[in-house]
Design a protein around this ligand. Structure first.
Ligand code: CS2
Length: 504
């Protein structure tokens, strides 16, 4: 930033945005929310007005909150494609704060009657559920502490305590909308909140449970936009284009999609003005997205990282990784889904390859590979089981799993390289401990999948899948990722091997 560049603010853009009051409380003020829901909300406010500005809550970190406060709550979204970068400023937040600093304020805000919708982007990791059972993780000390009555710090605790207070105060209807990549994210969130309330003494939880029955909805939604981390270089590009310094711009691809179940208990912003689709087929959209996009994304990320490349676009440009991506999409994920009405699945797939190939975006393999233990739980078990039940080994899902284990918990002597080492994962420590004492890939796969139940109960009981993962871990360890890729491509070749460009 040159000294003469002014800080982004209402005076530099000539407006602080809409003057509407807030109607939405959003938990998870990360890049994804700021480039997705905020942009749809800006379109909704422009087209239809309404008191639907957003109070944004960051979970722990001060950085976005401090920067937005210094910028009159403004920031820019940089839409990045190989053709260039274009900026917009959504200007839809009416306030921002940090939950860890003001946990009581989260509860009060959920109870406040002007707030009618609570939205969530807290990542797959933010729901405090046990991947092996799908239920609230009662062994999680943070959940135990929230149940004990402290001002809640977990998302599920915040929702439950906020709804409890709302039930006691106004009992005004409201909607909780999950915008995370979880299958049936609405039902999943509702189940966890109910489990939390059920754990409380009856005198505490019963009123809130009745309130949930009568006045609270949990629609599901499918969200989609690739949003990388902000870089120093992006800040400079934005400053040059904007003529003002934005400390927290958000990079995003041009593509964006939002499919929502239209079950709102107390109104909602006119998000369709930004292109959101209201549909009864959200479950199908979610499956399509979580498996085809996210599942294949994980494959590209782990294979790419082990191959030594930093970004998704570099990884998908490698012919063997592209062939593996085509195979996992077409032969392993696609047969497990029902395509939503009106979606042209071939066009959708072609677009996926274009999106992954966006070389200007700089989406890192380490970012997509982070939190694999919770992300893969959403992405791989059901399609893998469907394939196994049909008598076919899902070779590419087994390879994704082996590449994940080798990235996070390498067997002794195997160096997964800097991009895999940069992946953050809550299961890294227990898996690394297993790897350190495992004799071979078979033992690591068995302990992770069958004993730790890393991918739930179903795959824990499929020794043939576990054995294949183990073999591939050994191949990666002793012969490298390229050998494992070639082996998997030829093993899945009971159908024609996809050739380069086969998806086009
Ligand atoms: C990615 C997603 O990091 C990941 O696991 O697969 O964040 C993906 O970029 C988004 O879901 C796209 O909508």
């Amino acid at each position: 930033m040159s000294d003469s560049t002014p800080r982004l603010g209402a005076h530099t853009v000539g407006s602080a945005g809409s003057a509407a009051a807030a109607g939405v409380l959003h938990l998870g003020l990360g890049n994804f929310h700021r480039a997705h829901q905020a942009v749809y909300t800006a379109a909704a406010l422009r087209a239809a007005g309404g008191d639907w500005r957003i109070v944004g809550v960051a979970s722990q970190s001060r950085s976005v909150v401090d920067a937005m406060r210094a910028q009159d709550l403004l920031y820019s979204v940089a839409e990045i494609s190989p053709d260039g970068t274009s900026l917009s400023i959504p200007a839809v937040h009416s306030d921002v704060f940090v939950a860890a600093e003001e946990p009581g304020r989260v509860v009060d805000s959920i109870a406040a009657s002007d707030i009618r919708v609570v939205t969530l982007t807290v990542t797959e990791n933010g729901y405090s559920y046990s991947p092996s059972t799908g239920h609230l993780d009662l062994a999680d000390p943070r959940i135990v502490a929230d149940l004990g009555g402290r001002p809640p710090l977990t998302t599920i605790g915040q929702l439950a305590r906020g709804l409890q207070r709302r039930a006691a105060r106004s009992g005004a209807p409201m909607t909780i909308l999950s915008c995370d990549n979880l299958t049936e994210n609405g039902a999943h969130t509702e189940r966890l909140v109910r489990e939390f309330l059920t754990e409380l003494p009856r005198s505490e939880g019963a009123e809130a449970l009745a309130f949930l029955d009568n006045a609270v909805t949990f629609p599901s939604s499918m969200v989609d936009r690739i949003v990388p981390a902000t870089t120093a270089e992006l800040r400079e590009t934005v400053a040059a284009q904007l003529g003002a310094w934005d400390e927290v711009p958000v990079p995003a691809e041009p593509f964006t999609m939002w499919a929502i179940e239209d079950r709102f208990a107390a109104g909602r912003p006119a998000w369709e003005a930004g292109g959101a689709v209201f549909t009864d087929e959200v479950g199908r959209y979610e499956q399509m997205k979580v498996r085809l996009l996210n599942g294949t994304h994980s494959l590209i990320a782990y294979l790419g990282a082990l191959h030594g490349v930093a970004t998704i676009s570099e990884a998908i440009a490698l012919p063997d990784i592209e062939a593996a991506a085509v195979t996992v999409l077409r032969s392993e994920y696609e047969p497990s889904i029902t395509v939503p009405s009106g979606v042209d699945i071939r066009a959708y797939e072609r677009q996926l390859f274009e999106r992954w190939g966006n070389s200007a975006l700089g989406h890192r393999t380490a970012q997509v590979g982070t939190d694999g233990s919770v992300k893969l739980r959403q992405r791989i078990p059901e399609p893998a089981l469907a394939s196994l039940d049909g008598g076919r080994m899902p070779q590419m899902i087994a390879l994704t799993t082996a590449a994940y284990l080798s990235s996070i918990a390498p067997l002794p002597g195997f160096d997964p390289g800097p991009h895999a080492r940069a992946m953050v994962d809550g299961a890294r420590a227990p898996l690394a401990e297993m790897a350190a004492s495992a004799r071979d890939g078979a033992e690591l796969a068995r302990r992770a999948i069958a004993e730790l139940h890393l991918f739930g109960q179903g795959l824990a009981e499929r020794p043939e899948f576990i054995a294949r993962v183990g073999e591939l871990v050994d191949t990666i360890t002793h012969h490298g990722i390229d050998a494992a890729l070639r082996d998997s491509i030829s093993a899945s070749n009971d159908r024609p091997i996809p050739t380069r460009g086969a998806h086009r």
